[in-house]
Design a protein around this ligand. Structure first.
Ligand SMILES: Nc1ncnc2c1ncn2[C@@H]1O[C@H](COP(=O)(O)OP(=O)(O)OP(=O)(O)O)[C@@H](O)[C@H]1O
Length: 249
């Protein structure tokens, strides 16, 4: 999996918990898009919980299925699971139906993966909204279960959040891979200090000066400063836009 200045293997991420953290605009979504692109290419299906419908075009263009609150959760999750199809749960309506759909879909994936294991990464954008620290809901419970007990059933998780201090600690601290983009707030720097085997001073001096697309990649006790490549989809979109603009002139 070509991530930019570093690479990952499918085995590095399948059935693992990955956390992508950083302030707004630091490059988290791009990092997760690159990971998703590479996972799908390697035959590892993903399900993205997408509050802003920002993964719809990417996953759609790679052969995935887009579902919303008005779809049949049992049917869609069954087909996606059986045929190893990637999906985006478009939560942008942010209404009761979307939440009911999400709960049923994830619960079904959990149930079905007991007898029929197929590897899948569940991507949780704005993770602090779905698994907040100190608050419990049906959705937070099922995501927590998938994150903490999904490994044996083939399930891995990618958590993305701009508010690391607000994400359920039990889940966040179970992550095996961290992609730590820029943060500046002391509460978020504190979370990084708990994750990284660095002196607090070092975290304070390095992390706030990370540039867009740069991150500290932490895995198995080792930390490396990396630059993530641009998602092909972003680049394609951009070149398509340029082409369209040129044709208009
Ligand atoms: N690795 C990268 N190389 C070059 N540009 C990048 C990279 N990562 C992100 N960018 C650019 O930076 C901008 C913000 O990126 P992105 O949306 O991924 O940030 P974010 O942290 O997810 O922000 P938000 O929390 O607002 O969703 C985008 O225009 C994106 O194209």
């Amino acid at each position: 999996m070509n991530m930019g200045t570093f690479s990952l293997s499918k085995a590095d991420v399948a059935r693992k918990c990955v956390a992508i953290l950083g302030i707004r605009g630091s490059g988290k979504s791009n990092t997760s898009k690159v990971m998703i692109e590479e996972a799908i290419k390697e035959g590892l299906p993903v399900t993205v919980i997408d509050p802003d419908a920002e993964y719809v075009d990417l996953v759609n263009s790679m052969g995935g299925d887009i579902v919303t609150g008005s779809d049949d959760a049992s049917l869609r999750s069954e087909v996606h699971h059986r045929k190893a199809i990637s999906s985006v749960i478009d939560m942008s309506e942010w209404n009761q139906e979307s939440f009911s759909f999400l709960y049923k879909y994830l619960t079904n994936i959990w149930e079905m993966s007991k007898d029929r294991r197929t590897d899948r990464m569940i991507v949780v954008e704005e993770a602090h909204e779905f698994i907040p620290q100190g608050k419990v809901s049906g959705i937070s419970e099922i995501i927590t279960r998938l994150a903490l007990r999904g490994r044996k059933r083939g399930i891995g998780i990618i958590l993305i959040s701009q508010r690391s201090a607000k994400v359920n600690k039990d889940v966040l601290t179970q992550s095996e891979i961290y992609m730590l983009h820029k943060v500046v707030h002391p509460a978020d720097l504190k979370v990084y200090k708990e994750i990284l085997p660095w002196k607090p001073k070092e975290v304070d001096s390095v992390v706030p000066s990370l540039e867009v697309g740069e991150a500290l990649f932490y895995k198995e006790g080792k930390t490396e400063k990396v630059k993530i490549r641009q998602s092909t989809y972003n680049t394609l979109q951009f070149s398509q836009f340029r082409e369209d603009a040129t044709n208009m002139i």
